[in-house]
Design a protein around this ligand. Structure first.
Ligand code: NDP
Length: 244
């Protein structure tokens, strides 16, 4: 199903690795017009080169900086004249037990996983309202549905993503803007490299032995975007068949 993807203008945050990178590859193949955002511009440059995209589609962006996120949307409008889809994908998961007080890591998860998503929504809403069309895709997680020891703060951020996405959906219906929450289970990316707690990291590496390829996520994104405009896929929860 590529009909409703071709020529769509899609912003992907966290496009420098993992799920964002795989999504860029798949959507490029289906003819979308991409804007690639992350902090590691060398990775974005390599991706743009591989996909034969002009360097103007790379926007160095730290999603915790509101001005940089506003700039990302402004650059997209400058490049393409519109924004059809924003994929709020950037995120991190430095999991740890609360009692170990990795408070700086809690702060980073809140800043990137929650505030980064909100800044994306804030930057793109005026554009999509004026267009009377658009699609905001927010990345939650299986951890947005359940909580386990060591994953408390991460799960809290991913529960928050689901809550704010559902509120957003209800509020922006009148503007013909679609909203999708995607909640993956274990997918093979660099995500678990952000875990500094050695015990949690070892447990997580075990869980991620069953991880499925990042293309699984990209296929879900393509499925949501490619629906006819009057069909809004609100949430997709998926995981490796073997995952508890
Ligand atoms: P990766 O670590 O491979 O990718 C994370 C991406 O987020 C990178 O591109 C990174 O880019 C970007 N990022 C991190 N911090 C910032 C920041 N401050 N500003 C801009 N970009 C940032 O992990 P995934 O691809 O797995 O993660 C993508 C999303 O998927 C996250 O929201 C994660 O929580 C979610 N998720 C992943 C699952 C999995 O099993 N892989 C399961 C459930 C959800 P850079 O460092 O260059 O800025």
């Amino acid at each position: 199903m590529t009909e409703n993807i071709k020529d769509k203008v899609v912003i992907i945050t966290g496009a420098s690795s993992g799920l964002g990178e795989a999504t860029a590859r798949m959507l490029a193949k289906k003819g979308a017009k991409l804007m690639l955002a992350a902090r590691r511009t060398d990775r974005l440059q390599a991706l743009a080169k591989e996909l034969e995209l002009n360097e103007s589609v790379i926007v160095p962006t730290d999603v915790t900086d509101r001005k940089q996120v506003e700039n990302l949307v402004a650059q997209t409008v400058k490049e393409y004249g519109r924004v059809d889809v924003l994929i709020n994908n950037a995120g991190l998961m430095p999991s740890s037990m609360l009692e170990n007080l990795h408070i700086d890591e809690w702060d980073r998860m809140i800043d990137v996983n929650i505030k980064g998503v909100l800044y994306g929504i804030a930057a793109v809403l005026p554009v999509m309202k004026a267009q009377k069309s658009g699609h905001i895709i927010n990345v939650s997680s299986v951890a947005g549905h359940k909580v386990g020891p060591g994953g408390t703060v991460y799960a809290a951020t991913k529960h928050a993503v689901r809550a704010l996405s559902e509120g957003l959906r209800q509020e922006i219906k009148p503007y013909n803007i679609r909203t999708t929450i995607i909640s993956p289970g274990a997918v093979a990316t660099e995500l678990i490299n952000t875990i500094t707690d050695t015990t949690i990291a070892a447990n997580m590496r075990k869980t991620y032995e069953q991880a499925i390829p990042a293309e699984s996520f990209a296929r879900v994104v393509a499925f949501a975007i490619s629906q006819p405009d009057e069909v809004d896929i609100n949430e997709v929860l998926f995981r490796p068949t073997s995952q508890a």
